[in-house]
Design a protein around this ligand. Structure first.
Ligand code: NAD
Length: 975
């Protein structure tokens, strides 16, 4: 940097800090509640978490009793002593003389007071007075509307209405777009805002967006488009570009976009914005921010095992901010610059740079958040700038989520306001240039959080990015052309002749022939078991390292062909694209996870040794394993069960579901390509009821690993236990069956989070998951609110051809399944009331499609509440309270998955102890267990209690032998 500019940065920066600190001293008294609360929160990490969680849940505590209960639950110990200032606020010093009603009201008042520090007005009527107040202080305004997440067309319309009202209100000032400014979030304008399909998202969002832009133009109000999560960035820019290229706007309209400096690829994004701006007839305003979603970005990327898209080090973001600011400023006047920060160094840099380059004030401005940067805004006005205050409008107590974010920012380790203004740290250090050398190029980075994991899972494909998106589209086209394949029977490496074959058609469209599959018979079963038994000794004697190597090589093969496999799955079983990819990812994870876990198990386990005696347990493979799999996770489940058997030294008969034999064949071929010797894995395709019993009964089969329906599972358990004329062992069986899974929603559930999770759990992949949600138990007080939003959101949940990215629900697997589910819907109408059903006119006509359905008032004895339907029918049950809800949820023969949506600690704790399910999910979707992270499996009639995706699972494939050796000789113990 030019030394004269750096010198000027220091001078201006020192001056701004001094002015801001002086102002802060004046503001201090007005902020006593906030400061007291923040000081208290900083006492410990745990307290801070609980305090913010309480602030978050409070708006939903509708009764004084609930408020008191939650205060007690969130702050149970005397160590949580609330500081005197807040205690006085709550009048908790004399709790005995306070009624619950008074405590509730006082808490509400206190939060309203704090909220008002950050949320400027509750509705459009308060906007103009606020506008005038800020104007008098020498500031400009940008209005931001707070609200709930948009989940339905109705909610998107409501947002549009609010924005229009606000634009008209601002327009009344008649002072032009520079003064009248509103910030909007595009995701609020469509329930279908989806990063994976930008063209369709753009089409669906643009109609409301266009209305806004037209009105803004009429009213001479400036529209600034906010930027949200990283995944939404490109689609947001795509919608804006598409709109601006419409004929109506070709002559130009002044709009603003946002660039987030914390993103590692922000520089590339800016290049894109600048080349676009060059072609626009009016300057594009670029608001440069550091970025407001840092925690979410990091958490999300860590969970997916994706590279973290944001800088994890504050210095890097600071350096990027300056670099971007300078690039933007050098492109003035094609762009206008809005520098949105509370960091005085960054502001001083802009001031020094614009002074050095003689850039006029009309081309740049500063933006600060209402209630956070007041003292700095004041300092800027003293230097004759007119800072713009980004001002949230909304009901203050309802706007708590926003408030929590702001409070967190204030206490964050990176907050300039905290260190620079409140704590008055050394100004020279605060103004030091950020270390640009720490900037790394995006391509050099790796997922740097993997070291923290014991197992490094395969990341799902990031379909919001264009490369994976394009590759997937190409794979779908190619696979579509290569269908109609033969699926043979393969025993000891050789293809066997089959007397019968059957055709498998795609559930998406019956005209698409997927495969012609051979039907195995008793003779094939006999010879496949013979081959596996014959190879058992050789395979079981291999060192575990060798067997694990085969598995890892198989994983690599699957990974190299993951696009084709996912595309095939879309056609073979009708899975939506991202779920098909998740199935392939899970298969790869099973192979890698089990190959790693097997090492630990094959070590002898010492029990207790004496000088003259050693005692240990050694595990030994069982023999021939029959692997019988369902069609709904056609790759992952077959892979998981067979990989566990193989790595532990057993030989295998693969018996895939008849509906998904082609996917299964791909696994078999991968095992072959990885070099697993012939006969170790044998492939028997065909209908299970025809050859399954022979396989299960065969006395040489030592272990059966089955996943499928309750009916077949129980049959297998019974057949496997039958006495044989010449028994050689008691067969071991691992049986994983279905569920009738319930989720409970209590009065404190956050509906913005709960409703998408419910829809995803019940309807994605048409509810054809063992873990899918089919019973929703809702407590009285939230019932009506939940139902009206749930039904509206269900309307926006699209059913259609799953080879399109936006579709999360495709067809059901077969005509038989379609008939069964339609019968179930008719039964629901007869026994209770259907409150939502997808309009059948919107369903494609070629495949096995069924409407999504929500039913209420079903009688307790209804079969629809007891038996698995395996389709997208959600039954909602109303109940009085959480305890009652738990009793209803537990009233089931199944115990597979379950969910709780609540922010009441005692309810969550109670569910952890008493909810009878193998996998319990709290405040999230109840499907999607990950290998190594959420070992999966149920009990009661859901299964034998084994946990797939854990090291324990492998134990089931061994028998344990205890060995005790006397090591002394003639009374001498070894040294
Ligand atoms: P299904 O029971 O009809 O078939 C499962 C497998 O068993 C298929 O390979 C089939 O050919 C075979 N089979 C059928 N009759 C047989 C017999 N008499 N002897 C031996 N094998 C026989 O199940 P599906 O329709 O493929 O899968 C859906 C079911 O699977 C649902 O009930 C679902 O809940 C369950 N499921 C459970 C889990 C879990 O982990 N618990 C996971 C996925 C699916």
């Amino acid at each position: 940097m030019d030394p004269s500019i750096e010198k000027q940065i220091q001078t201006v920066g020192q001056r701004l800090i001094k002015l801001a600190r002086e102002k802060e001293a004046d503001l201090g008294a007005a902020r006593k509640w906030e400061n007291a609360l923040l000081d208290w929160c900083m006492k410990s990490e745990s307290l801070r978490t609980r305090a913010f969680r309480f602030i978050d849940v409070f708006p939903d505590l509708i009764s004084p009793t609930a408020t008191l209960q939650h205060i007690k639950e969130y702050f149970p110990s005397s160590d949580d002593r609330i500081p005197a200032a807040i205690r006085r606020g709550l009048l908790l010093t004399h709790p005995r003389i306070l009624t619950r009603g008074i405590i509730h009201r006082l808490t509400k008042n206190l939060f309203a007071k704090i909220a008002k520090l950050f949320i400027a007005a509750s509705n459009e009527n308060e906007v103009l007075p606020l506008f005038n107040t800020l104007q008098k202080k020498g500031c400009l305004v940008s209005i931001d509307l707070l609200g709930e997440r948009t989940m339905s067309e109705k909610e998107a319309d409501a947002y549009l209405g609010r924005y229009l009202t606000m634009i008209r209100e601002l327009g009344k000032k008649k002072i032009g777009p520079h003064e009248q400014n509103i910030s909007i979030k595009l995701s609020s304008l469509s329930p279908d805002f989806c990063a994976e399909d930008s063209a369709l998202t753009s089409k669906r969002t643009r109609s409301r967006f266009r209305t806004l832009v037209q009105e803004a133009k009429r009213q001479k109000v400036f529209l600034h488009i906010d930027m949200e999560h990283y995944e939404f960035r490109d689609v947001t820019l795509c919608v804006i570009r598409d709109l601006l290229s419409e004929a109506e706007f070709k002559s130009g309209i002044s709009l603003g976009v946002v660039l987030q400096a914390y993103l590692r690829d922000a520089d590339a994004c800016l290049s894109h914005l600048l080349s676009w701006a060059k072609k626009l007839p009016v300057p594009l305003t670029i608001r440069l921010v550091r970025g407001a979603y840092w925690d979410q970005e990091v958490m999300h990327a860590m969970k997916q095992n994706w590279p973290i898209p944001v800088f994890t080090n504050k210095e890097e973001t600071d350096a990027m901010f300056e670099q971007l600011a300078e690039r933007i400023m050098t492109h003035i006047p094609k762009v206008r610059f809005a520098c949105a920060t509370h960091n005085v160094r960054s502001m001083a840099h802009v001031i020094a740079f614009t002074q050095a380059k003689n850039i006029s004030l009309e081309y740049f401005e500063f933006q600060l958040l209402y209630g956070m940067g007041d003292s700095i805004a004041h300092a800027l006005t003293q230097l004759d700038f007119k800072p713009r205050i980004y001002t949230p409008i909304g009901e203050p107590v309802r706007g708590m989520a926003y408030l929590v974010r702001r409070l967190l920012e204030n206490v964050s380790q990176a907050s300039f306001i905290r260190f620079g203004i409140h704590e008055k740290q050394n100004a020279k250090a605060l103004l030091a240039p950020p270390e640009a050398a720490t900037l790394r190029k995006p391509k050099e980075r790796k997922a740097n959080h993997t070291k923290a994991r014991t197992f490094n899972p395969c990341p799902p494909l990031a379909f919001f990015q264009s490369t994976p998106q394009k590759k997937m589209i190409r794979a779908l086209e190619q696979i579509r052309l290569s269908l109609s394949q033969e699926v043979p029977i393969i025993i000891n490496g050789a293809v066997e002749r089959a007397h019968r074959k059957f055709h498998v058609h795609s559930p998406i469209n019956q005209k698409i022939l997927v495969s012609s599959t051979a039907q195995a018979d008793a003779a094939h079963v006999h010879s496949a078991v013979h081959s596996a038994a014959h190879r058992f000794l050789m395979w079981s004697r291999l060192p575990v390292s060798k067997r694990a190597r085969y598995l890892k090589d198989t994983a690599d093969i699957l990974e190299r062909t993951r696009y084709e496999l996912a595309a095939l799955e879309v056609y073979e079983v009708g899975k939506p694209i991202s779920e098909a990819d998740a199935d392939v990812k899970e298969a790869i994870d099973f192979l890698n996870y089990y190959s790693r876990a097997a090492f630990q198990l094959e070590r002898d386990e010492t029990t207790h040794n004496f000088p003259n005696e050693i005692n240990f347990m050694r595990l030994q493979p069982r023999g021939v394993a029959a692997i019988i799999a369902p069609w709904n996770f056609p790759l992952a489940i077959l892979t998981g069960m067979s990989a566990a058997a193989l790595v532990t030294g057993n030989t295998v008969i693969l018996k895939p579901a008849e509906e998904s034999s082609l996917m299964a064949l791909k696994l078999f071929e991968a095992y072959q390509k990885a070099g697993i010797p012939d006969g170790v894995v044998n492939f028997l395709s065909g209908a299970g009821d025809l050859m399954g019993p022979d396989l299960v009964r065969d006395p040489r089969v030592a272990i059966i690993s089955f996943t499928g329906s309750k009916k077949v599972g129980l049959e297998i358990a019974s057949l496997a236990s039958e006495a044989h004329a010449n028994p050689q062992h008691i067969k071991k069986f691992l049986i994983e069956m279905g569920g009738k899974n319930a989720a409970i929603v209590d009065e404190t559930a956050d509906l913005d989070q709960t409703i998408p999770a419910i829809l995803d759990s019940a309807f994605s992949f048409a509810g054809q998951k063992c873990s899918a949600l089919s019973r929703l138990v809702v407590v009285d007080t939230i019932y009506d609110r939940l139902i009206s939003r749930l039904v509206a959101a269900a309307e926006a949940f699209r059913v259609g051809d799953p080879s399109h990215f936006l579709i999360k629900c495709g067809p059901v697997i077969s005509k038989a399944a379609q008939d069964r589910i339609l019968k179930g819907i008719a039964q629901a109408k007869h026994e209770g009331k259907v409150i939502f059903e997808t309009d059948s006119k919107t369903l494609p006509t070629h495949g096995h499609y069924v409407p999504l359905t929500i039913a209420v008032n079903l009688p307790e004895h209804s079969e629809l509440l007891r038996e698995e339907l395996f389709g997208p029918l959600l039954a909602v049950i109303r109940t009085k309270n959480f305890r009652g809800a738990l009793a209803i949820a537990n009233h089931s023969q199944f115990a597979l998955t379950g969910g709780v949506f609540s922010r009441t600690p005692s309810h969550i704790e109670c569910a952890k102890n008493e909810f009878q399910v193998g996998n319990l999910y709290i405040n999230r979707s109840i499907t999607g267990a990950l290998v190594g992270q959420q070992p999966f499996g149920g009990y009661k009639l859901s299964g034998t209690g084994t946990k797939a995706g854990s090291a324990d699972y492998l134990r089931e494939f061994y028998v344990a032998r205890t060995i005790s050796e006397n090591v002394s000789r003639h009374g001498f113990a070894p040294l």
